[in-house]
Design a protein around this ligand. Structure first.
Ligand SMILES: [Zn+2]
Ligand SMILES: [Zn+2]
Length: 154
C-alpha cells in the first residue's frame, strides 16, 4: 500500500444487480473515450473508463452479456437493465476497460486523458461554469421520489 495510489479491491455492477464484479486496482487513473462507437453504445457524449488487468477482475455473480461493437472489440452489458459495463478487444490482451459509473465508489477515479479526440464534442468538455441544480431542488424529480419511496435516491 502506498499513499498516492493504494492497491484496493473495488466492487461494482449493473443497475439491476444481476451482474457484479470485484477488481483489484493500483491507481486512480481513468480516461474519457469520445469515439463514435462509445457515443452510440452508451448514448452519451463520451464514456468514462477505468483500464484494469483482466487477471485482477472477477465476475462475482455472472459474466456480462456481450455485443461485438466493431471488428476489433466487444462490449459487456446487462441485457436486463442495459448498463454498459466493459470494453474489451477481441484479440488477447492483458487489460480491459470497466465503465467508471458502474463502480460502487466511482469518486476515486481521475481522468488523465481524452481518447479519440477527433470526435470529441468540445461544448461538453469544460462545463465547470454552468449552474448546478441539486436533485432535491427540482420538484419535478424530488416529488416523484418522495411519493414513490419517501426519500431521494442515494
Ligand atoms: Zn442489470
Ligand atoms: Zn470509444
Amino acid at each position: 500500500m502506498d499513499a498516492a495510489g493504494s492497491v484496493q479491491t473495488m466492487t461494482g455492477g449493473c443497475q439491476c444487480g444481476r451482474i457484479r464484479y470485484a477488481v483489484t486496482i493500483d491507481s486512480d487513473d481513468a480516461y474519457l473515450c469520445h469515439c463514435r462507437m462509445c457515443q452510440r453504445a452508451t448514448g452519451g457524449v463520451s464514456i468514462a473508463f477505468k483500464s484494469v488487468a483482466i487477471a485482477n477482475l472477477e465476475w462475482t455473480t455472472q459474466a456480462p452479456d456481450r455485443y461485438r461493437s466493431s471488428p476489433i472489440a466487444q462490449r459487456g452489458f446487462c441485457r436486463d437493465c442495459g448498463t454498459p459495463l466493459t470494453f474489451e478487444f477481441l484479440s488477447p490482451d492483458e487489460t480491459m476497460d470497466l465503465t467508471v459509473g458502474s463502480f460502487d465508489q466511482p469518486g476515486r477515479f481521475v481522468p488523465r486523458h481524452h481518447f479519440a479526440a477527433e470526435s470529441l464534442h468540445e461544448a461538453w468538455i469544460d462545463t465547470h461554469a454552468l449552474p448546478r441544480i441539486r436533485s432535491e431542488d427540482n420538484p419535478s424529480t424530488s416529488n416523484r421520489w418522495m411519493d414513490a419511496v419517501g426519500k431521494l435516491p442515494d
